[in-house]
Write a protein that binds this ligand. Structure first.
Ligand SMILES: Cc1ncc(COP(=O)(O)O)c(C=O)c1O
Length: 442
């Protein structure tokens, strides 16, 4: 019996050449997985289909998905509207280069994104993934100041506990302790780090919270091109929810010190926190915003970096051009599915939908508070977090979730969920009950 209780001899549904056991073995032999040992990985669970909020395993079982495939699958899997958008686009054109060429899906999507993001964000740069959209934002900020004659303004300032992706520029602004700086020290650009905000999203504001940021900004403004933060929710760096007032003060400080402000809404964008974009909790406009993940409803890797007229005019000074251009920029399939996903999203009563999930998560996860192993339970929008005192033993705990029919993938001290927005109350209730059960075993 495999550690995931899969019946190894069972043939897989569909046209696969392997049975379940062969699949697990071949995966271990040929495939590298994220943040996993290249030589002795934990076995991965073969999934052969997905529908709504359910993952269909190769052995025939189903799991209720609490992760929305890392924040992305907001409308559920195998959605007929998204499928049809892709099928229609495939019949016309799967890809075309974006240099010197444009197409209706990209134009439509850019216009929609400008319309729904905060007023003042005007021009869209399409890119391949969230990390790349962060690279693009960093390049925009540095090129802006270079064009204005401030070549020395080429460093970034951020807050601790951030996560912005795994490419080098993005890594340089991830938390220096929990991120990967120690592994790549010397190779990662050195940036400035302010203390992370301590005031909780639902708590009192304390002016001292922004003092480390204010001090670094005023001392180093000649060298800093931009501040980059995940607004309201610091995701993979600790699932921390902080006070909107921090962002209001940060905007003011950036303006006073001539520094651009970048919001990384790759995880929080498209409704996850209960607002369409998390910066709306603070009513703050960044100079550049990064969007990704849910932009295609979780159908494919795609992202966008959107900026203001002012930044564009800075970069474009003296016939300047913006120096970035991915091969698959503006891919028509990705744009088509993103357009369809946005239409679905804009048709939802988001406040009601996410508010319902928030209430269910609050009630469903509350029993975890009574366990001595639990340090905190917090919920914001469609994000539920149980923080433990000690890191989770994944070898022991992952099978416990799977055995109970749910897909929850903890990291470090965090057991967390961010389900698809279309999850039914009974499925959500089941998901939270199973989390309480598993956390009680820790
Ligand atoms: C806030 C944030 N920024 C950037 C990224 C990187 O996005 P991607 O994995 O698509 O490169 C992530 C991914 O988890 C993220 O949560």
């Amino acid at each position: 019996m495999s550690p995931f209780f899969i019946n190894p001899g069972l043939p897989c549904p569909g046209d696969f050449w392997m049975n379940v056991n062969e699949m697990i073995q071949a995966d271990r032999e040929y495939v590298l997985h994220p943040y996993a040992s290249p030589t002795n990985p934990l076995p991965s669970i073969p999934v052969v289909g997905a529908e709504g909020v359910r993952l269909l395993l190769a052995d025939g079982r189903e799991l209720i998905d609490g992760m929305a495939s890392w924040w992305c699958v907001i409308h559920g899997y195998n959605h007929p509207v998204l499928n049809s958008a892709l099928q229609q686009q495939i019949a016309k054109m799967s890809h075309v280069m974006f240099g010197g060429i444009t197409h209706p899906q990209a134009i439509t999507l850019a216009k929609k994104l400008v319309e729904i993001t905060p007023d003042g964000l005007r021009k869209v740069f399409f890119c391949d993934s969230g990390s790349v959209s962060v690279e693009v934002a960093i390049k925009m900020a540095i090129q802006y100041w270079t064009s204005l004659g401030h070549k020395g303004k080429n460093r970034l300032l951020t807050i601790r506990h951030g996560y912005h992706g795994d490419t080098f520029g993005a890594m340089s602004v991830c938390d220096p302790i929990t991120g990967m700086h120690h592994l790549f020290s010397g190779a990662v650009a050195r940036q400035y780090f302010a203390e992370a905000p301590q005031c909780r999203a639902d708590g009192e504001w304390d002016q001292a919270d922004i003092s480390s940021m204010a001090a670094i900004l005023s001392e180093n403004k000649e060298r800093i091109a931009a501040v980059i933060v995940e607004p309201i929710v610091q995701g993979a760096g600790g699932m921390r929810f902080y006070a909107p007032e921090y962002l209001r003060q940060l905007r003011r400080l950036c303006d006073e010190n001539d520094v651009l402000l970048i919001f990384d809404e790759i995880a929080t964008g498209f409704g996850r926190t209960g607002k369409l974009f998390a910066c709306e909790h603070a009513q703050v406009l960044p100079d550049i915003i990064c969007l990704g993940k849910a932009i295609t409803g979780g159908y494919m890797s795609f992202a966008a970096t959107i900026t203001s007229q002012n930044v564009c005019e800075g970069i474009g000074r003296d016939n300047g051009v913006f120096m970035h251009g991915p091969t698959f920029m503006g891919n028509p399939l990705a744009c088509a599915v993103a357009n369809a996903s946005l239409d679905l999203l804009m048709g939802y009563d988001l406040a009601r939908m996410i508010g319902g999930i928030e209430t269910a998560l609050l009630e469903g996860l509350a029993p975890c508070r009574k366990f001595g192993t639990v340090a905190d339970v917090r919920v914001l929008g469609a994000i539920g977090v149980v923080e433990l005192h000690k890191p989770v033993d994944m070898v022991r705990i992952q099978p416990e979730f799977v055995r109970r029919g749910v897909w929850v993938r903890p990291f470090g001290k965090l057991v967390y969920v961010m389900p698809s927005y279309v999850i039914e109350p009974c499925d959500l209730n089941f998901l939270t009950r199973m989390i309480v059960e598993v956390v009680s075993l820790l």
